[in-house]
Design a protein around this ligand. Structure first.
Ligand SMILES: [Zn+2]
Ligand SMILES: [Zn+2]
Length: 306
């Protein structure tokens, strides 16, 4: 058995799913954001400005920036309702309709009577979006908060802006706990670029699809047909009877992680095809793969269900 990203037809397309422009609190106009991502070798981005009243509830119109080699997914970062710590929810929605109905979210603080986070997430999924719990560590998200977003497809496991801005990039702790509860989530790395600090071109997804169109990319995202990376390439992840075989660009370490403390690492020189034994995962319903290169850059697979 292999992960769908490595078996389905098509090729990998590089994209950033979380980006801001000056339609909300980013520094650059949408055209310049799209120009820079295209110039840096991306095949697509989602411009996901803050969907609050302060900015007029923007779903950025990026259609003018699509061309033969670059496309865009419409999206927004949704905000409504309070997390357990009293702060406003941040929920990423990619593939939103341009006319997605505004929330009652006037600014970055929760207000009485507005939709809850779980409610606005469910509304986005019903409208066709791929929805992810954004930057759990930055938000101070609790496990109860994370559990409540039942509609989410994914958890943001690496947020480059949160790495550079506050050294709180991580979403794995929450994601792994949800996986152990049986939640069939996928895992995304993003930039959350505002271009106000070195918060761009640091983490992205590689989506497997037959064509670089919004429809094909969105369907592949919902199917979990992608991996996340800071640079290394994942080329195959195959589950055998006693080992997982990982094909990748040259790696220094290949690590499997599962339920609880289950983890096994293989270290070596310029690893491109690595077999990692499965014995440690006998009591784990899932595992995932991390590949680390000599520069310390990582790539992450989606979970495999055992
Ligand atoms: Zn956010
Ligand atoms: Zn953001």
């Amino acid at each position: 058995m292999a992960l769908t990203a490595f078996t389905r037809p098509g090729r990998f397309w590089r994209g950033n799913l979380h980006t801001h422009s000056n339609l909300s609190d980013g520094a650059l106009e949408p055209a310049e954001v799209c120009r820079r991502y295209k110039a840096e070798g991306y095949d697509f981005i989602a411009l996901t400005d803050h969907f609050i009243g302060l900015y007029g509830y923007p779903v950025a119109d990026t259609l003018p920036f699509r061309d033969k080699t670059f496309t865009t997914l419409l999206g927004a970062e949704l905000h409504s309702g309070a997390m357990q710590n009293g702060e406003l929810w941040h929920i990423l929605a990619v593939g939103l309709p341009a006319d997605f109905a505004p929330a009652d979210a006037p600014h970055f603080r929760p207000v009485e009577g507005q939709e809850t986070g779980p409610e606005i997430a469910a509304r986005a999924v019903a409208a066709g979006a791929f929805v992810a719990v954004a930057h759990p560590q930055w938000s101070g998200l609790t496990l109860a908060d994370a559990r409540s977003i039942e509609a989410a497809h994914a958890v943001e496991i690496y947020n480059h802006g949160c790495a550079t801005g506050c050294d709180r990039a991580d979403g794995f702790s929450i994601a792994d706990l949800l996986l152990s509860e049986g939640r069939k989530l996928s895992l995304i790395a993003t930039d959350d670029a505002h271009f106000t600090e070195p918060d761009h071109f640091g983490g992205w997804v590689m989506v497997k699809a037959e064509e670089n169109t919004p429809e094909a990319l969105l369907a592949a995202l919902k199917d979990g047909a992608f991996y996340s990376t800071e640079g290394p390439e994942l080329r195959g992840v195959e589950l055998g009877d006693s080992a997982v075989t990982v094909e990748s660009s040259a790696a220094a370490s290949v690590i499997l992680q599962g339920h609880g403390s289950a983890a096994v690492a293989a270290h070596g020189e310029s690893l491109t095809r690595t077999e990692v034994p499965l014995a440690r995962f006998a009591n784990s319903p899932w595992l995932r793969v991390t590949v680390i290169d000599r520069a310390g850059k990582r790539a992450w697979s989606n979970p495999i269900w055992l």
